[in-house]
Design a protein around this ligand. Structure first.
Ligand code: SF4
Ligand code: SF4
Ligand code: SF4
Length: 260
């Protein structure tokens, strides 16, 4: 076996060169990927990682897969992103920021960027544009959802990618996983939840910990917002509370424009 051949769970795999990049983000998704010592070595042995600022000091621009974390909120980020796209055969958007704009896109809802800049930066102006997802500027081949992404799901997706297997995201909503986890519905405990319309895959992370879903993974394939509104109103929550949640990560922006 050549020195470059590695084993993943005992199976020899070709290791594509991969690079990790961050744009406007909290870097929590990168931390998630480095998390979980029990599986980290197996995960890292799948890829020949040539660039990962949070994990190593070496740098190379020779890679086939680019994992991109973060939203785009500066002109120089657009240029950098386009260079990454030109180099990578596969570009993976990692996390809600990269997929939808994430919590950063809340800035856009004020509708007056100059006012936002003055409020936040005062007399220290910085270059800051409207926040957009990665797909607004370059082609995205694959998305990994979540804020943050879930390490276990990333491992499955990256393993399938490297082994040439198809990658299928759950099309059903978080409620399915929540029921499978035998949780009491939070609506019955007095808390709102976007589980009925949000794409599953997090194993109902929040409801299983007694917190309502905020929709970080974006819409399920069939997202019946009208029905969610009925559920919210029936349990004493206002449309404003629902919209607050729907706006949080940017995944429901097309649905929101229909609501307003
Ligand atoms: S998706 Fe969430 S955890 Fe990931 S970088 Fe953005 S804010 Fe951080
Ligand atoms: S707690 Fe949320 S995810 Fe769970 S069943 Fe109720 S609405 Fe669905
Ligand atoms: S329950 Fe909702 S907010 Fe929580 S991780 Fe899952 S999709 Fe995201």
């Amino acid at each position: 076996m050549s020195a470059d051949k590695r084993l993943y769970l005992g199976v020899p795999v070709e290791r594509p060169k991969a690079a990790f990049f961050d744009f406007t983000s909290c870097e929590g998704c990168q931390l998630q990927m480095l998390n979980n010592e029990a599986t980290l070595l197996d995960f890292l042995s799948l890829l020949d990682i040539v660039n990962f600022r949070e994990a190593m000091s070496e740098r190379s621009d020779d890679y086939e897969i680019a994992f991109v974390e973060g939203s785009i909120s500066r002109a120089d980020e657009v240029e950098r992103l386009k260079k990454i796209r030109a180099q990578a055969k596969i570009l993976v958007a990692v996390g809600s920021c990269a997929c939808f704009g994430g919590v950063n896109q809340l800035k856009n809802r004020f509708g007056d960027l100059d006012w936002v800049k003055r409020e936040v930066y005062g007399s220290n102006p910085v270059d800051s544009t409207e926040v957009r997802p990665v797909s607004a500027f370059v082609t995205v081949d694959l998305k990994i959802y979540g804020c943050p992404v879930k390490k276990e799901e990333v491992e499955v997706i990256v393993t399938n990618l490297v082994l040439g297997k198809s990658i299928v995201h759950p099309s059903y909503p978080v409620c399915m996983e929540c029921k499978a986890n035998h949780n009491i519905c939070l609506f019955d405990l007095g808390e709102p939840c976007l589980g009925p319309i949000t794409r599953a895959g997090c194993d109902s992370w929040c409801p299983s910990n007694r917190m309502g879903c905020w929709g970080c993974r974006g819409p399920a394939e069939v997202a019946n917002v009208e029905q969610l509104r009925e559920i919210m109103l029936k349990h004493g929550f206002s449309e404003e509370e629902m919209i607050d949640r729907l706006e949080c990560f940017g995944g429901f922006s097309t649905y929101l424009s229909e609501l307003k």
